[in-house]
Design a protein around this ligand. Structure first.
Ligand SMILES: O=C(O)CCC(=O)C(=O)O
Length: 298
């Protein structure tokens, strides 16, 4: 009897293990894979382009969501004095944005770089208005910074990598006049500030992320970066989703509204920082981190 029970238990356990493996395979099948070359490039340069991350219909959906929010904020007088739309925690402002939280072409790259113990720490929409063309001599005068607020001054150098952002290019940014983000390749490994070329006023080696609508790029918090100048005649639209270790506080929220959490999958809940006990941020509980089993089993 005992032996039969044991045999039954074993068979059930095997079956459950098979089902779990199948489910894991199903969930991970669509995930973008970070190739060895991509990993080496990201480690060395602190950024990585992901061309064609979003299909046309999704770009159109996000673009019209941004137009809607831009119009709403303009009417409400909430644009910055420069006309810039600077909307933090934007995931709460339009239903179209939730899909980016675990977008299969990009978000898995975040957990392949940082590991499974992460959550989203910001969702930031920037609509950069077009302005007068700057004089040629000022076009590279772009203020670059590291992310993480005061942490970059408070952490001992060399800094560790604790977070990264995925930027979704929604308007055409294929020309430097379009307000394309500027990054300084390799500055993720730098101690101190990047050197400025006195002849141009720009950071030495800085590069415009000249990309098309639907492209995305990742950059880590240590990579010096900044917003380009926009004199394209169009609003520059970019959505930034940041991911960091669960033991680093998010930048633009503490708790997500229950109404949103209730609509989310287990992975999305982890990424929104839902926990069954606050200690889980430091000592992860398996039920709060479904990515753990998926990443380790994939
Ligand atoms: O708007 C940009 O291109 C840069 C945004 C930025 O500096 C940031 O996300 O920290």
């Amino acid at each position: 009897m005992t032996a039969t029970t044991d045999a039954t238990t074993d068979a059930t356990t095997d079956e459950t293990a098979d089902q779990t493996a199948d489910q894991t395979a199903d969930q991970t099948a669509a995930w973008a894979i970070l190739s060895d070359d991509d990993r080496s490039f990201f480690d060395a340069n602190g950024y990585l382009a992901v061309p064609g991350a979003l299909p046309g219909p999704v770009v159109a959906e996000l673009s019209s969501a941004i137009d809607e929010l831009h119009a709403r904020e303009e009417v409400a007088g909430r644009l910055e004095a420069s006309g810039k739309l600077n909307m933090r925690n934007c995931i709460l402002e339009h239903d179209a944005f939730l899909q980016l939280l675990d977008w299969p072409e990009t978000a898995p790259l975040a957990w392949q770089i940082l590991g499974w113990n992460i959550q989203m720490n910001t969702s930031h929409l920037i609509g950069l208005p077009s302005r007068e063309a700057p004089p040629e001599s000022e076009r590279l005068h772009i203020g670059l910074h590291r992310d993480g607020g005061t942490s970059y001054r408070e952490m001992a150098e060399p800094h560790p990598r604790i977070m990264l952002k995925i930027a979704y290019v929604i308007s055409d940014q294929s020309d430097p006049s379009s307000g394309a983000t500027v990054v300084a390749p390799g500055s993720n490994r730098l101690t101190g500030r990047p050197a400025v070329d006195p002849s141009t006023g720009g950071v030495v080696g800085a590069k415009f992320m000249t990309l098309k609508p639907g492209d995305a790029f990742l950059f880590e918090q240590r990579t010096w970066h900044g917003e380009g100048r926009n004199w394209s005649g169009h609003l520059r639209k970019t959505l930034f989703f940041g991911y960091g270790y669960r033991w680093v506080k998010p930048m633009d929220y503490i708790l997500m509204p229950q109404e949103l959490v209730d609509r989310c999958t287990p992975i999305q809940k982890q990424l929104l920082g839902v926990v069954t006990d606050p200690l889980s941020f430091y000592l992860p509980r398996d039920e709060d981190v479904p990515l753990k089993a998926l990443v380790e089993g994939s």
